[in-house]
Design a protein around this ligand. Structure first.
Ligand code: MG
Length: 368
């Protein structure tokens, strides 16, 4: 009987080992600023930031590390950044250069796997579980990718390697800039326990506050909270939270072809009360959405507008509308008003995006 149990255990463990994935998350270090410093090395040690897109110069899109040492951050209003760092040099962005660098990075990724999920121009997940390069070592592959990007593009990237997307993404941030962090299946439990809950995507200031009230600052603390308590406080988000707290994340790496939707969402530091403040942040979200879509070739596959609101009671509502012939971002305002009228509670998160179809349409006239 014991022998059978032993065999069964060996069987289960080997199945687990067989299905263990190898995910690499690559993220360029202060991407836009790095490209500008590459092209003008005299800027290297100066605090430097790149202004937002053409109409929205008032917000920074990237800051280099000397600027960050003053507390300057991306998405920070220029006025605030200047107050923190009066010598801050603010340059306009050069999207063409960034797009080219992004393409070069992508071409390097393709040498290792076809399972690539780009998150933005400078960030991607790679599933290298089946890759045979570097004797199948994900760490060696990540190392080589970093080296090739340095040689070809002239910038540094950081890499995180783990068995799933959540841990790989946190890991790539662990030793930034120019870092490589491997989290082996054996180290995983300890690594996850030490992750601050604010690193979980969707945990903004309000949720952080709610968790702090429960004495929760790290995933280790979160693991101890009863599911019923989480459910009461976080509604539909509770399940995801409890899974991530244990380092469980089954989401596959989705290539652009398989992708069903593209969206951006933002959790606000303070809940937005009333529909007007929500409408006023919409243009920024739409900008971010367009940025995320840049160069991905999704335009011909857009099928529906999509908008999501999450309220302060953590209940959420989504609304969709088929895209008629012409794409119009004004539709998002209408959808926002409709969605908002469903609850009227303060809003903690807004998401905007598009559903994608696999049918290519040439009918759409695009504004970007
Ligand atoms: Mg980056």
């Amino acid at each position: 009987m014991l022998y059978i149990l032993f065999l069964y255990t060996v069987f289960v463990i080997s199945i687990m080992a067989l299905t263990e994935r190898k995910i690499i998350h690559i993220d360029a270090d202060c991407f836009y600023a790095a490209i500008e410093m590459r092209d003008n090395p005299a800027l290297k040690d100066r605090p430097l930031a790149i202004g937002g897109s053409s109409e929205r110069r008032s917000v920074l899109s990237t800051a280099n590390y000397p600027a960050r040492s003053y507390g300057v951050r991306s998405a920070m209003p220029v006025a605030v950044a200047k107050r923190l760092c009066p010598d801050l040099l603010i340059l306009p962005g050069h999207m063409e250069k960034y797009r080219l660098a992004s393409q070069q990075m992508h071409d390097i990724f393709k040498q290792y796997t076809h399972l690539i999920e780009p998150l933005s121009l400078d960030e991607a997940y790679l599933d290298v579980t089946q890759s045979t390069q570097c004797q199948g070592s994900a760490t060696l592959m990540a190392d080589r990718i970093r080296q090739q990007i340095l040689e070809t593009v002239g910038i540094t990237v950081s890499a995180g390697i783990a068995t799933n997307k959540f841990i790989a993404k946190v890991a790539s941030d662990w030793n930034k800039p120019d870092g490589l962090t491997l989290v082996t299946p054996k180290q995983q439990a300890d690594f996850v326990a030490a992750i601050p809950v604010k690193c979980i995507s969707g945990i903004g200031k309000v949720a952080q506050q709610k968790l702090a009230e429960l004495g929760v600052y790290y995933c280790a603390d979160l693991q101890k909270v009863a599911f019923s308590v989480l459910q009461k406080r976080f509604g539909s988000m509770a399940f995801r939270l409890s899974q991530l707290a244990l380092g469980i994340d089954e989401r596959p790496v989705q290539t652009s072809r398989e992708r069903k939707s593209i969206s951006v969402e933002h959790t606000f530091a303070e809940d937005l009360t009333g529909v007007e403040p929500c409408l006023s942040v919409l243009p920024e979200l739409i900008d971010a959405l367009q940025k995320r879509m840049t160069g991905r070739g999704y335009e011909a596959r857009l099928s529906k507008y999509y908008l999501k609101l999450k309220f302060d009671d953590f209940k959420q509502t989504t609304i969709e509308q088929p895209i008629q012939k012409k794409l119009s971002t004004a539709v998002f305002s209408e959808l926002l008003q409709q969605a908002h009228s469903r609850s009227k509670r303060p809003v903690r998160l807004i998401g905007v995006g598009y559903r994608l179809s696999n049918v290519i349409s040439s009918q759409l006239l695009l504004p970007f």
